[in-house]
Write a protein that binds this ligand. Sequence first.
Ligand SMILES: [Zn+2]
Length: 400
Amino acid sequence: MSLPALVEPAAELTTDEVRRYSRHLIIPDVGMTGQKRLKNAKVLVIGAGGLGSPALLYLAAAGVGTLGIAEFDEVDESNLQRQIIHGQSDIGKSKAISAKESIAETNPLVNVIVHDERLDNDNVLEIFKDYDLIVDGTDNFATRYMVNDAAYFLNKPYVWGSIYRFDGQASVFWPTLEGADAPCYRCLYPEPPPPGMVPSCAEGGVLGVLCASIGSIQVNEAIKLLTGIGDPAVGKLVIYDALELEWRTLKVRKDPNCALCGENATVTELIDYETFCGAVSEEASEAAAGSTISVTQLESMLKERDEGTRDFVLVDVREQNEYEINKIPGSVLIPKGDFLNGHVFDQLSQDKPVVLHCKTGVRSAEALAVLKGAGFSDAVHVGGGVVAWVNQIDPSQPSY
Ligand SMILES: [Zn+2]
């Protein structure tokens, strides 16, 4: 269904603006009025990362008058494979500032507002309230549920996108929209996945160009909503498979039992999203309590093992392709899946103490819970994983 434009048109375009936006102005559906609406629009982009990079650049180029950037992180070398708003000389710089500088180069007419802080329950409503819509480029579930709920409480359209490896999804959530069967993110995903079940892009990887595919879909939807053209993806879930080059669109309906937008809503204010999503499962955090060693401890244990005064097995529970990027010397690879399906017990015995590690310590804590449950009472895992090893012990290895 088509919707009325979200934004009233600005009074006029300057001569410079008419020249700059001429390719929009000659599309009848956009035209002068549509471009004036974009000029008056205020869009908040959460994250200047994989999705936020193309989203910010295209929103700026399109002539969205005010762009907010909510981002607190710094540019890292591993971002540059996909976060095209940043460049080599931005490494170490605030992502929000780096993004602001790139936008100024793309379109100096855009007013950029930097929110250089972590979004949380204390600031999210205050930051959202002045924007017409929210474009979400976050990569974690806790923030996503918070953004969904805050957008609902403030009656703002929420343009959502998500990417992982070769797969992308996008939709527009606007459950307060009248006369429409418009779901929210919780209608689609009532519960976050169990901790550790769905790896983040940092853990699982993402094809860089996928960010452009999904980020540009989000901008497309934002422009349609702001100017009132086309049929926005309200109640539609767009699924993209980059390997098969297939786009699918599924209808998603409002869930009458939704905890947020349903008839008997139980979420009536912002909740504790970290607890709701849980960084580590209960079993894993119980197993890790008192059974976590540091990389420095591991280093001296490995020395003793080399000298023959100590014996243990060091198991890396990541995947093969991660193991090829970097590793702790003397480790053997048994991916976490083998712990969950029990195959690990063909490869490990209780004769020797076992030390587990992964990338950051989340997966190894889960694997540790499996071992403890099977009676490996002296098994431990390495807090911070191979990332901490590279940072603190062996900076000569690459990180990811
Ligand atoms: Zn809902």
